[in-house]
Ligand binder design. Structure first.
Ligand SMILES: [Zn+2]
Length: 57
């Protein structure tokens, strides 16, 4: 199978405090080369925490 090189990647956003993966999103590797870090709501801790990009799977 010869496919085009995939530039959009599915990633998970992991809470840096409880280490749960609360969100999945996609990013374009060509335009977004640095790791994503976002303040997101963690439903387990019921507050906003820093979430960082991790691999899905
Ligand atoms: Zn959390």
């Amino acid at each position: 199978m010869a496919g085009k090189k995939q530039t959009v990647e599915i990633i998970a956003l992991q809470c840096t405090e409880c280490k749960r993966r609360n969100y999945t999103t996609s990013k374009n590797r060509k335009t977004m080369q640095e790791k994503l870090e976002l303040m997101k709501y963690c439903k387990w801790e019921r507050k906003h925490t820093l979430h960082k990009e991790t691999k899905v799977k």
